[in-house]
Design a binder for this molecule. Structure first.
Ligand SMILES: [Zn+2]
Length: 163
């Protein structure tokens, strides 16, 4: 079931909605392998007609299963969009098609939830990344490359002090 608000109900006044949408109902198309929607999305919304549009405001929340882009560990990422609001045109050229004489909020909720996801999910701000493979890169060479110069500088000072 999509999240529908009947126009007839809206014409009588504001409509309050709360409940859950499963990932299947939302139709998440998560092409990004870093994310998985496995929990329902909770919504608490109030909708009312404002001129040619339906104005919806409230809150959305869910938990995504993510894979950290650094260490590849799976972790839960809570998402809360509060306040959330949208305007759905029901009259005029921009009007969205009605479903059973109702406004369908599902596409808007899906889109805004996906926009709220981080581009590069991290399990934590301090994620150290994957366990380091033995480093035989130029890392240790940097400091040791400078050492002779430092030693020389000190040797020169020593010499000066002695004289
Ligand atoms: Zn991580």
């Amino acid at each position: 079931m999509a999240l529908l608000i009947s126009i007839a109900a809206l014409e009588r006044g504001s409509v309050t909605l709360s409940g859950e949408l499963t990932p299947d109902e939302l139709g998440f198309d998560l092409r990004d392998p870093c994310f998985e929607a496995h929990q329902p999305l909770r919504y608490e919304l109030t909708a009312q007609i404002m001129g040619p549009e339906v104005f919806v405001e409230g809150a959305l929340s869910t938990v995504f299963r993510c894979q950290c882009v650094r260490c590849l560990a799976a972790f839960d990422l809570p998402m809360e969009i509060k306040p959330w609001a949208c305007l759905i045109p029901i009259l005029g050229e921009d009007a969205l098609p009605l479903v059973n004489e109702s406004v369908d909020l599902t596409p808007q909720i899906r889109e805004d939830s996906l926009l709220a996801l981080p581009q590069h999910p991290l399990c934590g701000p301090e994620c150290p990344g994957p366990p380091k493979p033995r480093s035989d890169s130029s890392g240790p060479d940097g400091p040791s490359g400078q050492k002779p110069r430092i030693t020389t500088a000190w040797s020169v000072l020593d010499t000066l002090n002695l004289e």
